[in-house]
Design a protein around this ligand. Structure first.
Ligand code: NAD
Ligand code: TDX
Length: 345
């Protein structure tokens, strides 16, 4: 499979890594990157790609049908990952999540369906999330999310992503559109916005500040390197079966306390740098992905998420790229941080 890919959200964390991954590994694909440059969208994430002959950036909102329609005419496939992506922000104000994640997805699906005189774009891939499944109990380490697990989203963010996920299912069923959905666990790697726990903790420590650990620190996440996620998304785009959902995980479950201690160790800091803070409202206890389906059907499994080496390499990226995150952490980020944790020194 090759041609022109319309990518949404390509200036964010996963999107910018995905652009780089596709251009480096798939000479047959060209990319049109549609991104509104919201607070987490950053053209600096792609400065090395500017001027690439197979890449074009379009600034625009996925909710704007007039912007989206002509781009669909050019597209052989859509990879939709633009979204409001941070759980804590959805607790502060859920409205932007409903607008971008639900209405934005509906706008894209309708445009994809109507494109090319009703023939539609070739394939539509929605980047969903493991958060659609809700939470697993710590007492049952034998349980994992499969693609058949019930959808039980717990945060406004997760509910908005589940809505998008179900719209994709409905458009496939109703209009026979060629749609595939991926549900991935927590990503880590370069260019992640420092509201998310790993870059937040690393950059705080580099600034000499403590790290705010929610609740008892026993919540578990399954960490996957962003390049593994990018490769898996491409695999599903090129080889997945229409109408199917594919889980993507890192086989790498860690409690937040374990994650924090490992970061402290890598950075040569002591346990006094942990600041226990009030728990996140409705904090999901454990996410764990059963990645058996994508491995059995498409032959894909994670190879870049090995702990602690992959985490150490990521920490090193933030150490080396201080000017990137210092710019990101100035401006509007400071207001968010102050509201969430108290003033950033
Ligand atoms: P991010 O916040 O870093 O990037 C989101 C991008 O979408 C930004 O560039 C932003 O400008 C753009 N965007 C937001 N609203 C838009 C709109 N209305 N129109 C156009 N562009 C818009 O997020 P991320 O962590 O890179 O996540 C990307 C996708 O992957 C999301 O759909 C998210 O739900 C999903 N996901 C993320 C993770 C993770 O661990 N980060 C895990 C699983 C799934
Ligand atoms: O300050 C913090 N302290 C803390 O203890 C923050 C920001 C987080 N945490 C905890 C909460 C979570 O248990 O760390 C864990 C990870 O938190 P986030 O980085 O906010 O990620 P999470 O809420 O798990 O969601 C992520 O994975 C699924 C992404 O942000 C989503 O976009 C994706 O869908």
């Amino acid at each position: 499979m090759s041609g022109t890919m319309l990518l949404t959200g390509g200036c964010g964390f996963i999107g910018s890594n995905f652009v780089r991954f596709v251009l480096a590994n798939r000479p047959g694909w060209s990319i049109i990157n549609l991104d509104s440059l919201s607070y987490s969208g950053n053209l600096e994430n792609l400065t090395d790609i500017e001027g690439h002959p197979r890449y074009r950036f379009v600034k625009g909102d996925i909710c704007d049908a007039d912007t989206v329609a002509p781009l669909m005419e050019e597209a052989d496939a859509v990879v939709h990952m633009a979204a409001e992506s941070h759980v804590d922000r959805s607790i502060l104000d859920s409205r932007p999540f409903i607008v971008s994640n639900v209405l934005g997805t509906q706008t894209l699906l309708d445009a994809a369906r109507r494109a090319k005189g009703g023939a539609g774009v070739g394939r539509f891939l929605l980047v969903s999330t493991d958060e659609v499944y809700g939470s697993l109990p710590l007492e049952r380490p034998d349980l994992r999310f499969t693609e058949e697990s019930p959808l039980r989203p717990n945060s406004p963010y997760a509910a908005s992503k589940t809505s998008a996920d179900l719209l994709a299912r409905a458009y496939h069923h109703t209009f026979s559109m060629d749609i595939v959905v991926t549900r991935c666990s927590n990503n880590f790697g370069p260019y992640q916005f420092p509201e998310k726990v790993i870059p937040l903790f690393v950059t705080n420590l580099m600034d000499g500040a403590q790290v705010p650990l929610y609740g008892d620190g026993k919540n578990v996440r399954d960490w996957v390197h962003v390049d593994d996620h990018c490769e898996a998304v491409l695999t599903v785009l090129e080889k997945g079966r229409a109408g199917e959902v594919y889980n993507i995980g890192g086989n790498n479950e860690r409690s937040n306390l374990e994650l924090t201690r490992t970061i402290l160790e890598i950075m040569g800091k002591g346990p006094e740098m942990i600041r226990p803070v009030a728990d996140r409202l409705g904090h999901d206890r454990r996410y764990a992905i059963d990645g058996g389906k994508i491995e059995r059907e498409l032959g894909w499994r994670p190879t870049r998420s090995r702990w602690p080496g992959a985490l150490a390499a990521t920490v090193d990226w933030y150490v080396t790229n201080r000017s990137w995150w210092e710019r990101v952490r100035s401006g509007a980020y400071r207001e968010y941080y102050a509201r969430q944790y108290g003033a950033l020194s």
